[in-house]
Design a protein around this ligand. Structure first.
Ligand code: V47
Ligand code: SF4
Length: 364
């Protein structure tokens, strides 16, 4: 790969081709790749690296889908199955307000995703969102993947657009990017045969964007997919972003194999994560932000990703189950001081953001 030539092309508005992306996902010249991704990233975001004071809440792990790669889900009645009540989740929200004497300042976002549980319908989520907003006025609710929205629609017989409108009126502000996995059906059929297909995921995101709900997008990588499958995934996201502009950020999620039904996969290597972050930055030229989700990359590699094209680390998180059930060894929470320290030591400038990437505070 001629990196100088590639830089010239990308800097003058040219787009990375699929063949170039496949090649770069395997390059041995990791330093040139990182340097290029970092320079393109800094052109867009200067040296700013974003984070948010958030709390993840997983209302329950009971799920009818039971995807092969998921160590989090359980069937109803199975050992380890749980379903929080609304009052339990309001209690968690109250604790994250800071009123319990915790050192953390109040959170600005609840990130809420869980399994497909027939007992948690559109009325349950509407009531939950209203109760959380009453408890923590001004908080942003980022909740429900396209997979969950589809399930709520199927259970209630209400069309997707109407479901989104009902939830938006109840307090839904934004949607997370989970459930995308890998769009190519050949792989998806092995990973998660019960899950909506890639086309449906993209359709629901398009509807959300057109309803005024901004979302993120993810890609689960390092399992059974080829490099071509990863680039196919990026290509479809880039095309939808050209159409709607509704994606706030892209998050490549490295697969964690422990306790899952994918036995042949090895934990993704650090270099593979760095290459995938860098190629995502370069290929997705219409995405403003690339997130290195420190929970899944590990704290130290997340810091390294900041020199390979990532400009966001997610946030304080506070409670995490999905990756840790699958063997993640990162912590489950970070303080604002830990996050800002990590960013500064990477030579970047920490910026606290809200869900929509409005800058709330810059640590110069
Ligand atoms: O949808 C499930 C993935 C996702 C495993 O939108 C796994 O800002 C690795 O989407 N190994 C949930 N990954 C998490 C998610 C997310 C996280 C942080 C920020 C945002 C955002 C979104 O986790 C699932 C699935 O794709 N997942 N099992 C596993 N064994
Ligand atoms: Fe259910 Fe989501 Fe886990 Fe699939 S990834 S089994 S849909 S919780």
């Amino acid at each position: 790969m001629d990196f100088k030539e590639l830089k010239r092309k990308l800097s003058s508005g040219g787009r990375m081709s699929d063949a170039e992306a496949v090649e770069l996902l395997q390059t041995e010249d990791i330093f040139s790749l990182g340097e290029l991704a970092n320079s393109i990233c800094e052109k867009r975001n200067r040296k700013f690296v974003h984070f948010i004071r958030n709390r993840h809440i997983n209302p329950g792990n009971i799920c009818i889908n039971r995807c092969k790669f998921c160590a989090f889900s359980r069937s109803a009645g199975e050992k380890g199955a749980y379903a929080y009540t609304i009052p339990q989740m309001v209690d968690m929200a109250r604790a994250s307000k800071g009123s319990t004497g915790r050192p953390q300042p109040p959170v600005s976002e609840f990130h809420i995703v869980g399994g497909l549980n027939p007992d948690m319908g559109v009325d349950f989520y509407s009531e939950l969102f209203r109760a959380l907003k009453k408890e923590v006025p001004g908080v942003t609710i980022k909740a429900l993947t396209a997979v969950e929205i589809d399930y709520l629609s199927r259970c209630s017989g209400i069309k997707i657009k109407k479901i989104l409108e009902i939830l938006r009126d109840a307090g839904l502000d934004s949607m997370p990017g989970g459930g995308a996995e890998i769009f190519r059906q050949k792989v998806r059929a092995l990973l998660c045969p019960e899950k909506i297909d890639g086309k449906k995921w993209l359709n629901i995101m398009e509807t959300a964007h057109k309803t005024g709900i901004k979302t993120t997008a993810t890609m689960l990588f390092g399992h059974l997919e080829s490099f071509g499958d990863r680039v196919d995934h990026l290509r479809r996201l880039r095309a939808l972003q050209d159409k709607t502009g509704g994606f706030l950020a892209f998050i490549p999620l490295p697969f964690h194999p422990k306790n899952t039904g994918i036995k042949d996969a090895h934990p993704v290597s650090g270099l593979d994560i760095l290459r995938t972050v860098a190629v995502s930055r370069l290929y997705l030229d219409n995405f403003d932000h690339i997130k290195a989700y420190w929970i899944m990359t590990g704290e130290k590699l997340a810091q390294t990703c900041l020199l390979f094209g990532a400009d966001d680390l997610d946030g304080t998180v506070i409670e995490e189950k999905i990756a840790h059930d699958a063997g993640a060894e990162s912590k489950k929470a970070m303080t604002v001081e830990e996050i800002t320290g990590m960013i500064k030591k990477a030579g970047k400038t920490p910026v606290e953001r809200d869900t929509f990437y409005r800058r709330l505070k810059v640590w110069e």
